[in-house]
Design a protein around this ligand. Structure first.
Ligand code: GAF
Length: 387
């Protein structure tokens, strides 16, 4: 960690085009996993994420002018832009940062120019929310640098808006919330409507979590994501015509859906998944409280089936890895994780079987697709912090 800090600081000084020696701030903001509760956040439902031990790091220092100079270690790329002429750029890595700055300016926060270096170890495109981690690291660093006095909840909402406006993904709040509010060895049950949080100790005993990255990065991810979101809104609008107290899918029961939406329509199919997923999550939390991991794992498999067949956000590589896991006794739960169309599966697996499972699953995946998946082990960690 000390070495990373020194490297980030040195890099920032090297990159800086400003003359003055200013204080350097370094922030770490983690990626996330999600145990269950997928595509529920933008429907005001529940999610069960946790922050992980892979993070985005930003180091920042003030400038005396209004220029923003950004450098990405990962992409070995930089950009300079004036605070007064902020616009999305063609460099997507920079947009996550600029989107946050834009939101802060729109809120009336006073900022001067600054130099920023970004680095990190969250695999990009694996569904571990590297983009939310960058946004959260940026807003947290700005809050420190300019003493903005924002709460973590305000920061999460700013980061979410940045994703909507500068990345074009109308995401929910889960990823930002998990990054900012993570707690070591705990999963977060977040009510995405009230933002009420309950932390559950995650004590899997003889089991552990293993991620298997398909290494598939589908370009459909953002456009189809937004389509799913509007299909859910369409469903709740139909129900609202009869049940005026409905403001979105969170308020819709299966009975209301059956009553108001054509059961053969895609909208029905999408909405049914979300309604059932919310119920599954609440029951899954009870399983965790009772230490019944087997029951929890079964729900993960069912979630995958729904995401694949009803919500249609999976892909053949994800389906393959989940089916392979289902046929392996030491894996008690497996499903695709995150927005979908690629990225990784999350598996609840007996600790002692991890290496043999990785070996067998990788060989089978290679035979099927001619490429290797990337196994990723994670531990549950604390949220965004100053280093
Ligand atoms: C992505 C989004 F960013 C989240 O808000 C959430 O909707 C998730 O997909 C699906 O559960 O990570």
């Amino acid at each position: 960690m000390n070495q990373l800090l020194t490297e980030l600081k040195n890099r920032l000084n090297k990159e800086s085009t400003s003359e003055r020696q200013e204080e350097i701030i370094v922030v770490q903001s983690p990626g996330r996993i999600n145990l269950i509760g997928e595509h529920t956040d933008y429907n005001d439902g529940y999610v069960l994420p946790a922050a992980i031990d892979k993070a985005a790091y930003v180091s920042v220092k003030k400038r005396t002018d209004s220029k923003v100079h950004l450098y990405s270690v990962l992409f070995d790329d930089s950009i300079e832009i004036d605070l007064e002429q902020l616009l999305p750029t063609t460099k997507s890595w920079a947009n996550y940062i600029l989107g946050v700055i834009d939101q802060l300016l729109k809120k009336g926060c006073f900022l001067t120019g600054f130099d920023l270096v970004i680095d990190g170890d969250i695999p990009v495109g694996a569904g571990l929310s590297s983009s939310a981690a960058v946004e959260c690291a940026t807003v947290f660093a700005m809050n420190e640098l300019f003493d903005l006095k924002l709460t973590r909840t305000e920061m999460a909402l700013i980061a979410q808006q940045a994703e909507h406006t500068y990345a074009g993904v109308n995401c929910g709040i889960m990823d930002m919330y998990a990054s900012l509010f993570g707690m070591k060895d705990h999963v977060i049950r977040l009510d995405c409507r009230s933002l009420e949080t309950e932390y559950y100790p995650f004590e899997p005993g003889n089991y552990t979590l293993l991620l298997m990255d398909t290494q598939v990065k589908h370009s459909l991810a953002s456009s189809e994501y937004n389509v799913r979101r509007s299909q859910c809104e369409e469903g709740s609008t139909l129900v609202k015509q009869k049940h005026s107290m409905v403001s979105n899918l969170r308020d819709v029961t299966m009975q209301m859906l059956d009553e108001c939406v054509d059961a053969d329509s895609i909208v029905y199919q999408r909405c049914r998944f979300v309604i059932e997923e919310n119920i599954r999550l609440l029951e899954g939390c009870a399983d965790l409280k009772n230490g019944n991991l087997i029951a929890f794992g079964k729900k993960m498999f069912r979630t995958h089936e729904g995401l694949s067949k009803e919500y249609e956000v999976s892909c053949k590589e994800l389906d393959f890895l989940v089916s392979f896991a289902a046929a392996n006794e030491p894996v008690i739960g497996s499903r695709m994780m995150g927005g979908g169309f690629g990225g990784c599966t999350i598996n609840l697996i007996k600790k002692e079987a991890v290496s043999s499972f990785i070996e067998k699953a990788s060989a089978a995946y290679y035979t099927e697709f001619g490429k290797m998946p990337l196994p990723i082990t994670v531990s549950i960690s604390d949220g965004t912090k100053l280093l």
